[in-house]
Design a protein around this ligand. Structure first.
Ligand code: ADP
Ligand code: MG
Length: 144
């Protein structure tokens, strides 16, 4: 069933709390989460807290230049992707991007999926982050 929920996060701590609350559910998800929102909305920040809540302990680099940063968390392959700098969706074929989706149990977390919307498998969860004020964010989550 398709459901949607909008919440207000008043601080980065609230963002961390949301990531922790969702981690148990996303641990079981094999598929993709799309994160949308302007530059600086908090997509990478949310992902960093999510990866930590899933059990990742090292650094979380923004994949802005590499397009993809891979993680293996408790045996689960997790790929953090940022397609902002993608020039042509076809480039994804060259880097073997679609193989990641086919790995058993893999979770794709994709910033700027809109850049390759025409060729990506559809999202299982959509998270839209909107900056309302300095530390305040509006988050809309849609489960397909
Ligand atoms: P994006 O990946 O969407 O371009 P980033 O996560 O890189 O955005 O940057 C978001 C910035 O906003 C960070 O500097 C972060 O510390 C700050 N920030 C302030 N409040 C929040 C919040 N409630 N949630 C997420 N990030 C926040
Ligand atoms: Mg980012």
């Amino acid at each position: 069933m398709n459901h949607q929920k909008t919440i207000i996060l008043n601080s980065e701590f609230d963002t961390q709390t949301l990531a922790q609350a969702l981690a148990d559910e996303f641990k079981l998800l094999s598929g993709s989460i799309w994160l949308s929102g302007d530059l600086g909305a908090g997509k990478t920040t949310f992902t960093r807290y999510l990866l930590q809540a899933l059990g990742h302990t090292g650094a979380v680099k923004s994949p802005t230049y590499t397009l993809v940063e891979p993680y293996l968390i408790g045996g689960k392959p997790v790929y953090h992707c940022d397609l902002y700098r993608l020039n042509d969706p076809e480039e994804l074929d060259f880097i073997g991007f679609f193989d990641y989706f086919n790995e058993p149990n893999s979770l794709m977390i994709i910033e700027w999926a809109s850049r390759a919307k025409s060729i990506l498998p559809k999202a299982d969860v959509l998270i839209e982050i909107k900056k309302l004020d300095n530390d305040v964010r509006q988050v809309t989550m849609i489960c397909e």
